[in-house]
Ligand binder design. Structure first.
Ligand SMILES: Cc1cc2nc3c(=O)[nH]c(=O)nc-3n(C[C@H](O)[C@H](O)[C@H](O)COP(=O)(O)O)c2cc1C
Length: 380
């Protein structure tokens, strides 16, 4: 392929990759198989490690290295304002009685007892233990959703690691720049997973202007070459792509070994991605207490009918996690958080990661080499 020079952005040099495409960190979907596949296809793979304890994380980093000799990174969710070391048994005391009654009733009605796998020990200490492993394993890029704690960046830089931080508005982008983030991901409302209030088209140029010269990568709604070229036109130096990689053979598979997903659930998830349009998701706080974009499902209906208010992070996930995971283990896809972005209507089939990457890069190349020069002539 004769690659247009505009596609060799400063991001390619910063990351040591061929194309300015980063796999978005996806802690429920992007394991070592997908991470390595994206890196092998010329982008930067990003291991979704949100739920991995230190031993598993080390194992998955090493498994990624067995599958690729190209650079990749690790992504976790670590809100800046998180308690130092949460004692989950004590935190549970803050859950209101009505919420406990609601979930106990739900579990009873659906025959769920204790799920085999569930507890996200979301605390600063857990985040630190993940960070230590990433440093020890000398992974060059560490990405953080939902904020980046102040202590982390100087320590990372001392160890030669670059920090990639997500944000959804200008205020947080400026805070991340001041803390020293190396790359800022401006993630628009269109995105799957935790997401903010500002659409990608409005957000990206405003973040670019506010944090210059810190490099910005666009996220939310990039699924093919058109999205990537648009991101570059908005001033970003690349795209951070999540939902488009969900419909690949390499996605989700490693999460089976964690007990978080099984093949029935993966098939149901990918069917939803193929069969649905851009209106199939909704923004909800029911899974984590913070706004996430996920497919509408029965659990949303049940929650809405209950009239209960969602609780702040991490209480909401403590209320819901066990039930949701228990229903997954029973093979009930209508209760599982299937995070996905608004590009869903563009997904027509499950492909290989390489096909998705070639589609994004090849499409962007055609636009830059052929389509834009032609329309520029017509408009003149
Ligand atoms: C299934 C799924 C899981 C996600 N999990 C995480 C996560 O663990 N950490 C994180 O930083 N972002 C997470 N996100 C958000 C992505 O990093 C990214 O910002 C988003 O997918 C980009 O928008 P797009 O889905 O339109 O491509 C998740 C997104 C999806 C779709």
């Amino acid at each position: 392929m004769n690659i247009h020079p505009a596609l060799h952005t400063p991001l390619c040099d910063m990351l040591g990759v061929e194309y300015p495409v980063m796999l978005a960190g996806m802690g429920t979907a992007g394991g070592y198989t997908l991470t390595a596949a994206v890196s092998n296809a010329g982008g930067l793979g990003m291991l979704g490690a949100t739920f991995l304890g230190p031993d598993k994380l080390r194992e998955w980093i090493r498994k990624t290295r067995q599958l690729t000799d190209k650079p990749f990174g690790v992504d976790i969710l670590l809100p800046s304002a998180i308690p130092k070391d949460i004692d989950l048994t004590k935190v549970k005391d803050f859950i209101p009685k009505e919420h406990i009654e609601f979930i106990e009733r739900l579990k009873k009605d659906h025959g769920v007892e204790k799920a085999k796998m569930w507890e996200w020990p979301m605390s600063e200490e857990f985040g630190r233990s993940q960070f230590r492993v990433v440093m020890e394993e000398k992974v060059p890029f560490f990405a953080l959703g939902l904020g980046t704690p102040e202590w982390l960046i100087p320590e990372a830089h001392e160890g030669g690691m670059k920090i990639v931080s997500l944000c959804g508005n200008v205020k947080n982008a400026v805070r991340l720049k001041e803390r020293g983030a190396d790359i800022i991901i401006a993630q628009g409302y269109d995105a799957g997973g935790h997401t903010g209030r500002i659409g990608t088209f409005a957000l990206v140029p405003q973040v670019v202007d506010a944090v210059r010269p810190t490099p910005v990568v666009a996220a939310g709604g990039i699924a093919d070459g058109r999205g990537l070229v648009a991101a570059l036109a908005l001033g970003a130096i690349g795209g951070w792509v999540g939902t488009a990689f969900l419909a690949t053979h390499e996605c989700f598979v490693d999460f089976i070994e964690l007990g978080m997903l099984d093949q029935r659930m993966i098939d149901a998830y990918q069917r939803k991605l193929i069969e649905n349009d851009e209106e199939a998701e909704q923004i909800t706080r029911i899974y984590s207490g913070k706004t996430t974009r996920a497919f509408k499902n029965k659990l949303n209906e049940i929650w809405d009918k209950s009239g209960l208010k969602t609780l702040p992070m991490p209480l909401q996930s403590l209320v819901m996690g066990d039930f949701v995971q228990g229903m997954m283990e029973k093979g009930e896809p209508e209760y599982f958080p299937m995070f996905a972005g608004q590009i869903t209507g563009m997904i027509k089939k499950v492909r290989s990661t390489k096909e998705v990457m070639d589609d994004i890069v090849g499409g962007a190349n055609r636009i830059l080499n052929e389509y834009l020069p032609k329309t520029a002539k017509i408009n003149r």
